[in-house]
Design a protein around this ligand. Structure first.
Ligand code: ADP
Ligand code: ASP
Ligand code: MG
Length: 412
């Protein structure tokens, strides 16, 4: 029988009533002749609550126990979804990650999927099961311990199942009806895109648009999964939502197709480090070992053999960064006069494959921000994106102004 993967995010399973509504959608696809793998998130807010409990109990926690705790929200919704389907006379069964099994590496809290053996579930489908409800976000390590795939990881679970089982489609049901030109919560002028290229979605996701986890887009691109984002609250026609697809399948698009933001960034500056070969390695090696996700890096002009080095990282990693750098200084590996942390910054990025062939996007972006009186602290670019760090209080203003400046409210 043809197979679909349907993923329901936190808001789509937030109450028993919403689980019932989601189950009805699943029931309709079963009636249409599909076997279905349903991937569920925890009820909205649940994972945050669990993370909070872990932090309160143990600030520098053991990541294995973090995973044991934060993976549990999905167990509840998986069981409830299976029960709801059974009440509708649909032959359904729930599976936790380890039962499938969804095999991952041992990188707790941000584990990568290694493989998903299909024999277990396929045998059950062959003997009459119509729906496998799988707890998203979780897997099992080679050591036999529970792992999680990083925040938003149920998207990745869904795409990985679609790839492993050769699903006809992977539908991501969420609280918006597709991928927009920017977060519709920030700009009411945001426009829903019918299609978006994998490369663009990958950039938007990694730059903060949390509608899909970055890794899920990577996997969909690699395994050519037909990936759709759509609303679990509205009735969807056959071409509803947004299709994430290869670039060739997009006829026309704006030069800039979307704007992403990341609210909680920090800018760290090491004042007066020696400008010598190996200094960057000496600074960033220990930061990586401490699990700090360094993003932008700028080295200033050197004067008399000394320079300032600036980098950005998520604001909740500032303490870890400070500790790692203090360690480097104590060991005599890196000498610096001061370490200045600016914890009031956010990152705004414009993304579009059209940038490959159009000049002037950066100039337009900078001009737009300057006309709003917004100071740019750091800039980075790549082939299809430009990112800036600015003061957090300008986040909404910057997103809205850039959305207007690039005419994103209108289709190409
Ligand atoms: P779920 O719980 O279903 O996984 P998420 O909260 O992870 O949902 O993702 C959906 C949210 O992503 C939306 O509510 C929206 O605020 C946010 N978002 C950010 N950028 C975009 C974008 N470009 N298009 C659509 N939604 C976006
Ligand atoms: N519940 C997990 C989280 O909130 C995974 C997910 O919903 O995708 O990050
Ligand atoms: Mg999500």
């Amino acid at each position: 029988m043809p197979l679909l993967v349907m993923k329901f995010g936190g808001t789509s399973v937030a109450t028993l009533d919403r689980i019932r509504r989601a189950a009805k959608r699943v029931g309709r696809e079963v009636a249409n002749g599909y076997d279905v793998i349903v991937i569920v998130s925890a009820m909205s807010g649940k994972t945050n609550e669990l993370v909070g409990w872990v932090n309160e109990t143990s600030p520098f926690y053991d990541a294995r126990e973090y995973d044991a705790v934060v993976s549990s929200g999905e167990n509840v919704t998986a069981g409830l979804m299976a029960l709801t389907l059974q009440e509708m006379d649909v032959n359904a069964r729930s599976w936790q990650g380890w039962q499938v099994p969804l095999l991952t590496n041992s990188a707790h809290a941000s584990a990568r999927i290694e493989s998903i053996p299909t024999d277990n579930l396929n045998a059950r489908f062959a003997s009459g099961m119509r729906v496998a409800v799988v707890a998203g976000f979780q897997g099992i390590s080679p050591e036999g311990r529970i792992t999680t795939l990083g925040r938003g990881g149920s998207d990745t679970t869904a795409v990985a199942f679609a790839a492993a089982f050769g699903a006809e489609r992977c539908d991501i049901y969420t609280d918006v009806d597709g991928v927009y030109t920017t977060d519709p919560r920030i700009s009411h002028k945001a426009r829903k895109l019918d299609r978006i290229a994998f490369e663009e979605m990958l950039e938007l996701a990694s730059l903060g648009a949390k509608v899909l986890q970055t890794r899920s887009v990577e996997l969909a691109m690699r395994y050519n999964v037909r990936l759709r984002v759509l609303s679990s609250f509205e009735d969807n026609g056959a071409d509803a939502g947004t299709l994430v697809c290869p670039e060739e399948d997009i006829v026309e698009s704006n030069v800039v197709s979307g704007i992403a933001y990341s609210r909680d960034e920090a800018k760290m500056t090491l004042i007066s480090v020696a400008d010598r070969p190996g200094i960057a390695a000496a600074i960033f090696g220990p930061l990586a070992e401490a699990g700090v996700n360094v993003d932008m890096i700028v080295q200033n002009i050197s004067e008399e053999g000394r320079t300032d080095m600036t980098f950005s990282c998520p604001v909740d990693q500032v303490k870890h960064a400070e500790k790692a750098l203090a360690g480097s200084r104590d060991r005599g590996d890196v000498n610096f006069a001061d370490l200045v942390a600016d914890t009031d910054v956010c990152k705004i990025s414009v993304v579009g494959i059209g940038m490959r062939s159009h000049a002037g996007v950066a100039a337009k972006m900078f001009e737009c921000l300057s006309s709003e009186g917004i100071n740019i602290k750091v800039i980075t670019t790549s082939e299809i994106k430009i990112s800036v760090l600015i003061h957090r209080k300008y986040l909404e203003l910057a997103v809205q102004a850039l959305h207007d400046a690039f005419g994103l409210d209108k289709a190409a």
